[in-house]
Design a protein around this ligand. Structure first.
Ligand SMILES: Cc1cc2nc3c(=O)[nH]c(=O)nc-3n(C[C@H](O)[C@H](O)[C@H](O)COP(=O)(O)OP(=O)(O)OC[C@H]3O[C@@H](n4cnc5c(N)ncnc54)[C@H](O)[C@@H]3O)c2cc1C
Length: 463
């Protein structure tokens, strides 16, 4: 097999973005993923005329992240419908967000102005701070503070107000206020999530890059502190006992986009400084995984609160499971994800850190009762065509964005002391939300590899 400039591990948002950008820069690049679907945790999979997303529900890009990357490699990502209305379950019923949160407009404007005038590079200084600590420096308005903390909970699923990181949350607020003029912006990508990842893969191939799916990377080969290549296991095992049938792909550099939970399976600890390994292991702890039990529901009548078909409904304490969570109608954003005349609903009940099998079983039973309470006329035997439970734990949504677990506290893009080894992932150093954050991490990592900023992205903050 030919030698590559760069092998990228993972064909999720970070890996595909990094691969496509490198290919456009004229590098010989190969992206490898063990799955058969593109998109990693953001993948969308077809099922009996429906399309369900593993992750990837709403895209939070102000236009300068994944959208701009796709544009740069010759594609086009159109933003579809955006979230409208945020019903909140409060005291046994659904209330519009405006009924619960009233903010002093002048005070809010003042805080937004301070935030927008804060330089992007300043956010590193708030990595150890709770969001409230930053807000209290600039306002006494409980309404303004509650609004910021509410959006932080909705985006990052951090359970307690005193646990929201200032830097990560303010970064996204600034992005949305500056470029979209609202606190929180989220949309559905036109062409679906699979369409978005396909655009990245197509751009990569158009510029001469390659993608190898259904191939598990076993090891990054590092000799004398230099990357030499990767070992892969190809094809299916014929016997259950088969092992170590590996082959080598030579390359000068590797960009790993594996999440913190997986990365030490392929990079040996002894090849990295111990303190860097400790940073990875700290974030990879089960206790810091954003998890949920959830349900996809196919239905005849659309299941939503009645406020808006593209609403993002939230609750902080569901009546039976006692968990916080969210729900949305996928067909409200994109009717093509279900056969004509049917609808697709999705919800998640979030918790911190993985739990026992018994706990999950109990919670799945509880959330059915919660859904009956939330939608007494719609979550019924008559309306439901099928239900599919999902457990988000392995992989998790991400790592909690808490003070001391974000920004400079996360492992850096460049592996210290190893020539040619880079890490791009939303679980490593990066800012933003989910898929967009991962793509921005891919971009930053490519710029670190090139040793220069790509001029077209000089105004797009992504470090
Ligand atoms: C249930 C759920 C809901 C979510 N909802 C949203 C949302 O609404 N909006 C949003 O923006 N984000 C959402 N996210 C988060 C988002 O999906 C992730 O942040 C993003 O997809 C991460 O991208 P990545 O490229 O960094 O990593 P990943 O997508 O995890 O990509 C890593 C890739 O590495 C591959 N891999 C791992 N080990 C190996 C190996 N040894 N060899 C080869 N390949 C390997 C994996 O198969 C995977 O494809 C959600 C996530 C989940 C799980």
């Amino acid at each position: 097999m030919a030698k590559y400039d760069v092998v990228v591990l993972g064909a999720g948002a970070a890996g595909l973005a990094a691969g496509a950008l490198l290919a456009k820069q004229g590098k010989k690049v190969m992206v490898i993923d063990r799955d058969k679907h593109l998109g990693g945790r953001g993948m969308a999979v077809p099922f009996e005329g429906y399309r369900m997303n593993l992750g990837g529900h709403l895209l939070e890009d102000d236009g300068f992240g994944i959208t701009k990357i796709i544009d740069y490699i010759g594609g086009k990502l159109e933003h579809g419908l955006t979230s409208q209305g945020m019903p909140i379950w409060h005291e046994g019923g659904w209330k519009a967000i405006q009924q619960l949160y009233s903010t002093d407009k002048n005070e809010l404007k003042k805080v937004i102005k301070i935030l927008c005038e804060t330089d992007w590079s300043e956010f590193d200084k708030f990595d150890h701070l709770p969001l409230r600590a930053w807000l209290e420096k600039h306002t006494k308005s409980e309404g303004v503070i509650a609004l910021f903390e509410y959006v932080a909970m909705a985006e990052c699923l951090t359970e307690n107000w005193w646990d929201h990181s200032a830097s990560d949350n303010l970064y996204v607020r600034k992005m949305h206020y500056m470029h979209k003029r609202i606190a929180g912006y989220s949309c559905w990508p036109v062409g679906g999530w699979h369409g978005m990842f396909q655009q990245l893969a197509d751009g990569l191939k158009r510029h001469g890059g390659e993608v190898m799916m259904e191939t598990t990377v076993q090891r990054v080969i590092i000799e004398n502190r230099r990357v030499k290549g990767v070992m892969i296991e190809r094809g299916e095992r014929v016997m259950a006992t088969e092992a170590f049938n590996w082959e080598t792909i030579e390359c000068d550099a590797v960009i790993s986009t594996l999440p913190v939970w997986n990365v030490l399976n392929v990079v040996r600890q002894k090849d990295l400084p111990d303190w860097y390994v400790t940073q990875i292991q700290t974030l990879a702890q089960d206790a810091y995984k954003v998890c949920w039990v959830g349900m996809y529901v196919a239905c005849h009548e659309p299941i939503f609160t009645g406020i808006h078909p593209t609403e993002l409904a939230l609750w902080f304490d569901a009546p039976h499971s006692r968990l916080p969570g969210w729900a949305f109608l996928a067909t409200g954003y994109d009717p093509s994800v279900a056969p004509p005349g049917t609808h697709l609903y999705n919800c998640g009940f979030a918790f911190q850190g993985t739990r026992s099998q018994e706990w999950y079983e109990q919670k799945f039973a509880d959330i059915e009762k919660d859904l009956e309470a939330f939608y007494p006329k719609l979550f019924t035997k008559k309306n439901v065509i099928w239900k599919r439970r999902h457990l988000v734990a392995n992989p998790a949504f991400g790592v909690f964005q808490k003070p001391g677990l974000v920004g400079v506290f996360r492992p850096d893009y460049t592996a210290p002391g190893v020539d040619g080894l880079y890490f791009a992932s939303e679980t490593f150093r990066s800012r933003g939300i989910g898929v967009d954050r991962a793509a921005r991490a891919g971009l930053t990592c490519v710029e670190k590899y090139l040793g220069t900023r790509i001029p077209e992205f000089k105004d797009s903050w992504h470090d």
